[in-house]
Design a protein around this ligand. Structure first.
Ligand code: SAH
Length: 223
């Protein structure tokens, strides 16, 4: 899968994809994540990518032309199944959505900045609008990083232990059970006996009960 991200501040995205699981996924050739500087697709001497709002009002709006130039440039080389705009008024990102997107073909992600992007881009070029939550960020870059991470870790071959993504919170509609590692006792704080006994069916039962309990307490809306 190719994920092309279009941004006016590519520097924000230098870190998130060059470590740990996301870096490993790219090294293994499972995904190609490419960050494109919108300004390189702007015309004119000043390479402007934003302008004043029609109708007045505070906040600059990102112009249609640089985005379209960049999208069309990318489409000459590859076909894309989704062109996603990260936006607070989009559909809220969920585990289900990440699951679905992880099975798709190539995608482009557009990061807004300032007041947002010209509505004509959203009306005519975007196939999906995604929000990462009910709050407003300064730009779509961090949202794109969150979205990419949530998708890529689900792709086959990315996580070493194939089952581990399946036992994470939300995958089965429940929050995850608590986890422990060595030592079995730290300053009198003990790991639950059941996890040490080695009785796998009992451990599974305990984990399910704990997951249910935690979900009831913290997120009854999921049940
Ligand atoms: N004026 C817009 C907010 C602009 S914030 C509004 O009120 O809806 C600037 C950019 O940050 C947005 O265009 C979007 O790309 C990104 N952004 C901000 N909050 C976000 C969120 N919760 N999820 C995804 N992207 C977000």
């Amino acid at each position: 899968m190719i994920i092309d991200i279009i941004t006016v501040v590519p520097g924000i995205l230098e870190g998130p994809f060059s470590h740990s699981i996301l870096q490993r996924a790219q090294n293994k050739g499972i995904v190609q994540i490419r960050v494109h500087n919108l300004r390189e697709y702007a015309s004119g001497k000043h390479k402007n990518v934003d302008d004043y709002q029609y109708g007045g009002g505070s906040g600059m709006v990102m112009m249609i032309e640089p985005f379209v130039n960049c999208i069309e440039h990318l489409q000459k080389e590859n076909t894309y199944e989704e062109i996603i705009f990260l936006s607070p008024d989009g559909e809220t990102l969920s585990q289900n959505m990440a699951n679905e997107l992880s099975l798709k073909g190539n995608m482009i992600m557009l990061c807004g900045h300032y007041k947002g992007i010209d509505q004509r881009i959203r009306d005519h070029y975007i196939t999906k609008e995604i929000s990462i939550g009910d709050y407003v960020l300064s730009g779509g870059e961090l949202a794109a990083a969150v979205l990419v991470d949530s998708i890529v870790r689900l792709m086959p071959g990315v996580l070493n232990d194939e089952t581990s993504a399946l036992t994470d919170s939300f995958q089965d509609g429940l929050l995850s059970a608590p986890v422990y590692t060595r030592p079995a006792e730290f300053r009198g704080l003990k790991v639950p006996d059941i996890l040490i006994g080695g009785n796998t069916p009992e451990v599974e039962k305990w984990r399910f009960e704990q997951a249910l309990l935690r979900t009831k307490e913290r997120r009854p809306d999921l049940l």
